[in-house]
Design a protein around this ligand. Structure first.
Ligand code: NAD
Length: 484
């Protein structure tokens, strides 16, 4: 089936493309302001239908009795389908969230690799025979929850959706994927690819709509047994409340305000590259963006001056323009939020060292563009230092010694990621152990791997996705005893 208009105007429920029952919403290209297409919003009845259908499909022998290596073969075919549709998927993400073309292509490849990785995990992960304490054989056996809901944000839909859907299917669940309203279409194409790969109908359903209506109803639905969510901390908290009412497990990957640390002995050129990529790639719309820069005081002035010069040279452009390093912000509303936070920072005494405004020129005036921005002179109490901006805005701060650094870096509600640049491996190890963060990068940044568990400390989340253990997130264990 072609992906437009039919796939993109429908939802995938029970292997059927279902037309909307309530008013659709617009998908807007943030680089141009033009309407891409209309996306369906699921009605309450359609949400209920998706859950019922998923349950029925999950109970069918075709899926329940499918052996791990057979499920793995389907996951590999989905990966092949993603590769075969790489340009379609990358383009849909690009016109919906404005990421530059090279990053969109790389994210399709990463998403396909995730399906292959979980195919491998699926057919090699073992159950356990546990040590007996009597005359019996005892085992830990792992079973799917049944119906799992995956809810994703707009900044990296391709990779986030693969990261949830692949392990949840490998674990034997039926999945209802609810993509962000800003980036609905890659999920719909993934649904089409999964059907073509031989996934039984109803095992992957894609339901589109707003978080406050469709997302909420899915989370609260009694037929949903587990929710895997990536998004903002406020939404994650609302989901955790709803899950508490049902006593339902949730995995929450939430926001961040990650410290990026440069010691005086660091390779400064490499550190500048790392800091620039860490905050400005994807226009700063990354949960792990290194948005709080801490530079040791003795090198701070010269380091920040060089960094600011580099930031000012970054090429902001249409996402498919030759050499563009930063595309637009993903939506006009989100650019408005970023602008308002930079205004607050100015009122709180920030020096805008570069950026702090929209780029000049007619070519970009119709899009939601914003220049790479570095703010200096802020206190640790400033909103821009404490709250996630989720945009191309870096707060440059200084520290004196390790204790001062650790105290400042950990003075945050968040704890998702962090980076350390130093030539001293003993110091790197010491500081890594003291940082309250789910990931620590040493002399590198934003290095992500599907084989390494990922998640947040504190208000950055609950649970760990990725890695072989990421499959267990979508299963519950059962103790089985054979009397001897
Ligand atoms: P968001 O929280 O507004 O929305 C995320 C998803 O949740 C969307 O699909 C939305 O429709 C849905 N949703 C919102 N409220 C809901 C509710 N009450 N019940 C059910 N579903 C609901 O986030 P966003 O603006 O799309 O994404 C940006 C945020 O995501 C940032 O805070 C960023 O840090 C975070 N994020 C975290 C990670 C991570 O791995 N930790 C990765 C990417 C993005």
């Amino acid at each position: 089936m072609a992906d437009t208009p039919d796939t993109l105007k429908s939802m995938l429920i029970g292997g059927q493309w279902i037309a909307q029952e309530v008013s659709p919403f617009e998908s807007i290209n943030p680089a141009t302001g033009a309407r891409n297409y209309l996306i369906s919003a699921a009605s309450d009845a359609q949400v209920d239908q998706a859950v019922d259908t998923a349950w029925q499909a999950q109970r069918q022998a075709a899926w329940r009795n499918m052996l791990p290596h057979q499920r793995a073969a389907i996951l590999r075919r989905i990966a092949d389908g993603m590769d075969a549709n790489a340009s379609v998927l990358a383009r849909l993400q690009m016109i919906e969230n404005g990421k530059v073309w090279a990053e969109c292509k790389a994210q399709v490849a990463s998403a396909a690799a995730t399906f292959r990785y979980y195919a491998g995990v699926c057919e090699t992960l073992c159950a356990e025979v546990t040590p007996p304490r009597g005359n019996y054989l005892s085992m830990t056996h792992y079973e799917p929850y049944g119906v799992v809901v995956a809810i994703t944000p707009w900044n990296s839909p391709l990779t986030m959706e693969a990261q949830k859907v692949a392990p949840a299917l490998a674990a034997g669940n039926a999945v209802i994927l609810k993509p962000s309203e800003v980036t609905s279409s890659p999920a719909l194409v993934l649904g089409r690819i999964a059907l073509e790969a031989g996934l039984p109908p109803g095992i992957l359903n894609v339901v589109t709509g707003l978080g406050s209506t469709v997302g909420r109803r899915l989370v609260e639905h009694p037929g949903v047994r587990m929710v895997s969510f990536t998004g903002g901390t406020a939404s994650g908290r609302a989901i955790a409340h709803a899950a508490a009412e049902k006593l339902m497990p949730v995995a929450l990957e939430l926001g961040g305000k990650s410290p990026h640390i440069v010691f005086a002995d660091a390779d400064q050129d490499a550190a500048i590259d790392g800091v620039i990529g860490g905050i400005f790639e994807g226009s700063g719309q990354s949960c792990v963006a290194g948005s709080r820069l801490y530079v040791q005081r003795s090198i701070a002035e010269s380091f920040i001056a060089k960094l600011v010069a580099r930031a000012g040279q970054l090429k902001v452009g249409l996402p498919d323009a030759e050499g563009a390093q930063m595309g637009p912000i993903a939506s006009f509303a989100h650019r408005g939020r970023i602008e308002s936070m930079v205004e607050t920072a100015r009122r709180e005494g920030a020096q805008v060292l570069t950026g702090g405004e929209r780029p000049d020129g007619a070519a970009l005036s119709a899009g939601a563009f914003y220049r790479p921005t570095v703010l200096g002179g802020l206190s640790r109490e400033a909103q821009a230092v404490r709250e996630e901006i989720f945009g191309p805005v870096l707060c440059a701060l200084t520290f004196d010694d390790e204790d001062d650094l650790v105290e400042q870096a950990n003075d945050s509600a968040y704890g998702l990621a962090s980076g350390i640049w130093t030539a001293d491996y003993r110091r790197a190890w010491r500081v890594a152990g003291r940082l309250e963060a789910g990931s620590v990068w040493i002399n590198t940044y934003k290095q992500l791997s599907i084989s390494t568990p990922f998640g947040g400390f504190k208000q950055s989340g609950i649970g760990r996705e990725k890695g072989a253990s990421g499959l267990r997130l979508y299963q519950q264990s059962k103790g089985i005893y054979f009397g001897m």
